[in-house]
Design a protein around this ligand. Structure first.
Ligand SMILES: Cc1cc2nc3c(=O)[nH]c(=O)nc-3n(C[C@H](O)[C@H](O)[C@H](O)COP(=O)(O)OP(=O)(O)OC[C@H]3O[C@@H](n4cnc5c(N)ncnc54)[C@H](O)[C@@H]3O)c2cc1C
Length: 390
């Protein structure tokens, strides 16, 4: 094979692309991350709840369950070793009606199956001894749930990549990818820096391996490979679903995160605390056709709905205490009404194309799972390379 300009390029500098690049760079591979914005992680990776999930909800043996449980441990250790702020505050999942009790038991069982053995069931009095403001008839306590400073995490990952000889190149949009006859891939890039000498100029980089970690753009970037994909492979379609957060204008009377019993694959309007202790509620779930982060609350209807949901478990929520916060968009790969999909991490065994790993549908718990996903993808790439070399 001809010599590539770069051994491996990761398209997308969110937490997943950075974690994969770090893992590859730790194994001595030459890696470059290309990110279209002028800073890392400015899309979904900075528009989430910042929760380190314990691994309570996901189906047995799914990638989401396995990588969440492994990633949680890795993340706490990484944060400790790299001075990234975390708060292992724990969370309560609260049942507010008799109808919720069976679901609460199911979550407890699923957690155990997933290897999360520290979850305990509490009656109302025990839950109130931990969080006196909560109204519930029973709860689950998950002590290993926490929150992390996502920006601190991504800065640390960026630092590791650079220290290991890799690079993170910002303001660089990947606009085309093709497979050359010599087996290398050609990536066409264009600068998004308005002060660049020639913003219309294309640059082509040849590369041996490509990791597609483009978040909400995963399908569009995947399709850049067009006819290179085997005819029986099609990139999963992305179905975006927006979530809104309201912040609490007063100090929060809670030490733990508070979640209602989930409704299907949606975790419900929950209370999370950021690393500074500021409370926020959300995200709700609304399927959308186009990517638009605008916060819409027509005639305060969304706020009223949030107040109603929150008062099921916190009746003392004061009037007018919720302020519009921010939104995040989930890169779902199943449509409204369909069964929730697992993370889709497609390597040559699935799509049939050498030296390409494409990630789709990395929604929650993607942040928690990020370091485990990094290792998973690096292992997959190295295994595929070993197969090639015999
Ligand atoms: C509302 C919400 C709440 C969540 N809460 C949690 C939580 O509490 N805990 C948890 O574990 N997970 C949570 N998640 C999931 C988590 O945020 C995501 O799984 C994770 O951030 C995905 O990271 P990513 O790198 O795949 O995507 P992104 O952060 O979106 O990164 C993809 C990057 O690719 C870049 N890109 C795209 N196309 C191109 C191109 N052509 N050229 C160059 N660059 C390109 C984009 O600019 C972007 O920066 C939540 C998600 C949402 C939406």
């Amino acid at each position: 094979m001809a010599t590539a300009d770069i051994e491996t390029i990761v398209v997308g500098g969110g937490v997943i692309g950075l974690a994969v690049a770090r893992s590859l760079s730790m194994r001595g591979m030459e890696v470059m991350v290309l990110e279209r914005h002028d800073r890392v992680g400015s899309e979904t990776s900075s528009r989430n709840s910042e929760v380190i999930h314990a691994g309570l909800y996901y189906s047995k043996d799914s990638l989401r369950a396995r990588l969440c449980v492994a990633g949680k441990k890795m993340l706490y250790r990484f944060a400790e070793e790299n001075g990234v702020d975390v708060n292992r505050c724990g969370k309560l999942v609260v049942a507010t009606s008799q109808d919720d009790l069976a679901a609460l038991d199911n979550i407890a069982q699923r957690a155990h199956v997933n290897g999360v053995t520290d979850v305990t069931k509490l009656d109302a009095a025990a839950a109130n001894s931990i969080e006196p403001e909560i109204t519930c008839i029973a709860a689950l306590h998950s002590p290993s749930t926490g929150v992390i400073d996502t920006h601190g995490l991504m800065t640390a990952l960026d630092g590791h990549i650079t220290t290991n000889g890799g690079s993170v190149v910002l303001s660089t949009n990947v606009t085309g990818i093709s497979l050359r006859p010599d087996g290398l891939y050609a990536l066409v890039t264009r600068s998004t820096d308005s002060e660049a000498d020639d913003v219309t100029a294309n640059t082509t980089i040849t590369v041996k391996n490509i990791i597609l970690a483009a978040g909400l753009e995963a399908t569009r970037v995947g399709k850049m490979l067009k006819s290179a994909w085997p005819s029986d492979y099609s990139c999963p379609k992305t179905h975006p679903a927006i979530g809104h957060y309201f912040t609490l204008s007063a100090p929060a009377p809670f030490k733990k995160l508070i979640y209602p019993v989930p409704s299907g694959a949606w975790l419900g309007i929950h209370l999370t605390l950021d690393i500074a202790g500021q409370a926020k509620f959300g995200p709700d779930l609304q399927w959308i056709d186009t990517i638009d982060y605008g916060f819409i609350d027509k005639d305060g209807e969304r706020c009223s709905l949030f107040e109603k949901e929150i008062r099921r478990y916190w009746p003392n929520l004061p009037d007018s205490a919720l302020q519009p916060g921010y939104t995040g968009i989930r890169p779902k790969i199943y449509a409204q009404g369909e069964k929730a999909a697992d993370f889709a991490i497609h390597g040559p065994a699935i799509h049939g194309l050498d030296n390409v790993i494409a990630l789709y549908g990395i929604e929650s718990p993607g942040l928690t799972s990020s370091l485990a996903i990094g290792d998973y993808v690096a292992d997959m790439l190295l295994a595929a390379t070993a197969d090639e070399t015999g």
